[in-house]
Design a protein. Sequence first.
Lengths: 264, 334
Amino acid sequence: MLKLSHVSKTFNTGTINEKKALIDLNLHLEPGDFVTVIGGNGAGKSTMLNAVAGVWPVDQGSIVIDGVDVTGLPEFRRAQYIGRVFQDPMMGTAPNMQIVENLALAYRRGQKRGLGWGVTKAEKTLYREKLATLGLGLEDRMTSKVGLLSGGQRQALTLLMAALQKPKLLLLDEHTAALDPATAAKVLELSDKIVQENSLTAMMITHNMKDAIVHGNRLIMMNEGRIILDIRGEDKKKLTKADLLQKFAEVAGVQEETDSVLLS
Amino acid sequence: MNIAAYFASLSLTNLLSRMPAAVAQGIIWGLMALGVYITFRLLDVADLTVDGSFTTGGAVTAVLILAGWPAWAALLVALVAGILAGLCTGLIHTRLGIPAILSGILTQFALYSINLRIMGKNPNLSASVSKFGMIWETEGGKGFLLSSRFVPQAILVGLFLAALIIGVCYWYFGTEQGSALRATGSNPAMSRAQGINIDTMKVLGLALSNGLVALGGGLMTQFQGYADINMGRGAIVIGLAAVIIGEVLCDALFHKGCNFAVRLAFVVGGGIAYYIVMTIILWLKLDSNDLKLFTAVIVAIFLAVPYLQSQARSSFKHAGKMAQKAGKEVEPHA
């Protein structure tokens, strides 16, 4: 469903701040894969998701979604294939617009926006049903401005919006990191439900190793712009937090060694 | 100066007799302010093109009417000229990466020369008001008149046009495209993620906004019977004044928010309120050369109100005072 081939991206090329964020990255997701992505700060997790979403062009390599090469397409054109939820709850919704208007915007993702009504009557019924499944009571506040909602409510709404027009790929970029533990658990549960019900192909970045193990059918660990671990199926089910910590320590150990070589 | 003599010299009838003209002018500036509302509030861009495009609308209207065009056709061309001006600002901003505010200033600056060219290098084009007045002429010399010579009719025609334009705006901003435009102003990152080309939306918004502004300039030319190269100077400030006064009045009357069309009507109302205040200031025999200073002060006050209100509710100064009240044992920071 998603194929990254030899993708590289360097920021601030040729300056003292040069950062090789992605190095010859290869990744192939099968339809229905739900991949959790872990790794330390600066490992390239968000950079990989942004490369797929088309926030900026990559330096090298190709990105293919469901057989379509999207490497040369800007973000708003790739949006027809991709649903996204961001780390910052403020980022995924338009605060000055009503809940229904936000849903209607998402419902038309990837379609031409003409001079037909922005929200039709039939849609409102659909949105009411969908909102009711969240169990947050938003179905009774459909004309409220989204800016009045809490962070958790906004993330839940953003999730709903991302799946409203079934995407080929769902990208979740630490979407529970800014929420309190109880809300985060709810939003995660909702993510699982939405992915399963729509049988979506999804990638989820998380800093929580337990979440990374429990959710999805596949786990990748990144370090310094590369994928250093790719576990799926039965192996992933057997995976423990201790295994991952050990892998983290190995990677960190390698870094310490190179540091000591440099410093000696 | 003797204060008693000053007050004796003010005549209430004189003020009342000036009011209709103030209302008529206010409606026209209110229509122009709808254009400012599109960029300033919906698109979240401070567009300074309007000072130039208002004059462009006036200049085009004057030239075409003097050339014998019917007024309605001249006004339509003015609208298109304004759209082109906005397009220009939008393309400079999105295609050349120049900040929106600077793009507007550049276009506005360039428009001064273009406006002079349109007016055949005359800084001022006038004709008899009778030639300018008729927006829609029916047989027998009757029709819709927008002229300072027939103020009551001008008010009616102005209100009719305002209702028409508010209706069109209400419809457009409720469509898929209009919603996408509003989303672009509300959250550009989210809009891109929903597949909206925000550059296109910005160009579109700037074009529509300046089209309305130029239409306002054309109507003003109709009303006063002349176009002047400086007629748009400070238009952005008057437009902002109308938008902000209108919103403050609207929020004061509708605490729970109101329909979008009502909100737009209040923007036009803001234009009227602004001109009534200006008329009162002139009636008080304050120097008309100081009008721009008054306008700036009024706009600054209205812009500052929301900030000052939030400061009154919560500020470091306030928090510090409360802390000092609660416990006297700690010395305040010197």
